[in-house]
Write a protein that binds this ligand. Structure first.
Ligand code: NAD
Ligand code: UDP
Length: 315
């Protein structure tokens, strides 16, 4: 296959690049490096089957020739990043998604769109199945991301209905692992950086809010299965780990794995921060035969080992 991956120098995108190269495919990675880093492609860059294009996905996808799959993963993803890049986040999930649809339609490729559990907002249904419509503040500080992704989903669903697009939507729940940027701002990289530097872990609110964290290898495996599926046109699939934990418990797990005593410092809860989140993964199990394999403690230990080997403690 020839696979185009937007956001290919980001955390998830670079792991997808590695996976598709490892499986013998040709990969075109497109990234404007607004939150990603060339170092994420260090393992891939020598591979003759990789082409890297530095470009903004909102300006069009500069790809010639045949394409078998387009994976549209370009978008700021951390609340800290999309607060800083709010208009860019709206643009890449709307105009950028339209360009990804155009490329997929023109070439007859499959399109896989990286949506998010954020589209469920503050969920009134728990755990969240794909049939749940969500409960989102359309004008709040997270709206650039939540509504950007919801628009992207609406665009793809409409083009699947009205045109020939083979569009597939993956709703990704909180994912972590090696290559998350040290300044990413999300809970797991923040806690790891703080624990290794001997600082207090910054808990927002009382820490009783929950998330369900997926290790990167499990997520990538689910995305590869959705991409390879011969009959998944129009599919919408949650990919996440149903192991639901409080953020206080995550802080405790990271401190224990790092071998430090847990010290926390409380800060204000960001606005519209969901109080709970847990995927119903029945569809992923039935459609893809997919199930997350990595318990949180094990994934944290692997991430810590990578972090220690590539970064100094205070990074
Ligand atoms: P990331 O910030 O590490 O990666 C995003 C990449 O997209 C970066 O390399 C960035 O430079 C690039 N990018 C952003 N705007 C671009 C543009 N206009 N043109 C070209 N490149 C652009 O974030 P991530 O965690 O790897 O997230 C990747 C995708 O997965 C995003 O679409 C995100 O919304 C989605 N997602 C991630 C998670 C998670 O837990 N990590 C959860 C749900 C959804
Ligand atoms: N969080 C926290 N301390 C941090 C970073 C995040 O307590 O240093 C909280 C945040 O308020 C949220 C949860 O951890 O309730 C997950 O946040 P993250 O930014 O990782 O992901 P998202 O909010 O997008 O689920």
């Amino acid at each position: 296959m020839r696979v185009v991956i937007t956001g290919g120098a980001g955390f998830i995108g670079s792991h997808l690049v590695d996976r598709f190269l490892r499986d013998g495919h040709e990969v075109v990675a497109i990234d404007n490096l607004c939150t990603g880093a060339p170092a994420n492609l260090d393992d891939a860059v020598e591979n003759a089957r990789l082409t890297f294009v530095r470009a903004d996905a909102t300006a069009g996808l500069p790809v010639q020739g045949h394409v078998d799959a387009v994976l549209h993963f370009a978008s700021p993803a951390s609340p800290v990043h999309y607060a800083r890049l709010a208009l860019e986040t709206l643009a890449v999930n709307s105009t950028g998604t339209a360009h990804a649809c155009d490329l997929a339609e023109r070439t007859g490729a499959r399109l896989i769109f990286a949506s998010t559990s954020e589209i469920y907002g503050e969920p009134a249904v728990h755990p969240q199945p794909e049939s749940y419509w969500g409960n989102v503040n359309p004008v709040g500080e997270r709206a650039c991301y939540d509504e950007g992704k919801r628009f992207g989903e609406a665009l793809i669903a409409t083009r699947v209905r009205l045109r020939a697009l083979d569009g597939r939507i993956v709703r990704i729940f909180n994912t972590y692992g090696p290559r998350m940027a040290a300044d990413d701002g999300r809970a797991i990289p923040n806690f790891i950086a703080q624990a290794l530097a001997g600082r207090a872990l910054t808990l927002y609110g009382d820490g009783s809010q929950t998330r369900s964290f997926t290790y990167i290898d499990d997520l990538v495996d689910g995305i590869a299965r959705l991409t390879a599926h011969e009959q998944a046109r129009g599919a919408i699939v949650n990919l996440g780990n149903p192991e639901e934990v409080t953020i206080t418990a995550v802080a405790g797990t990271i401190a224990a794995a790092a071998g430090v005593a847990l010290r926390v410092e409380h800060g204000p809860l960001p606005s519209d921060d969901p109080s709970r989140r847990k995927p119903d993964v029945t569809r992923a199990r039935e459609l893809l035969g997919w199930e997350p394999q990595t318990p949180l403690r094990e994934g944290i230990e692997r991430t810590l080992a990578w972090w220690r080997s590539t970064r100094s403690a205070g990074a």
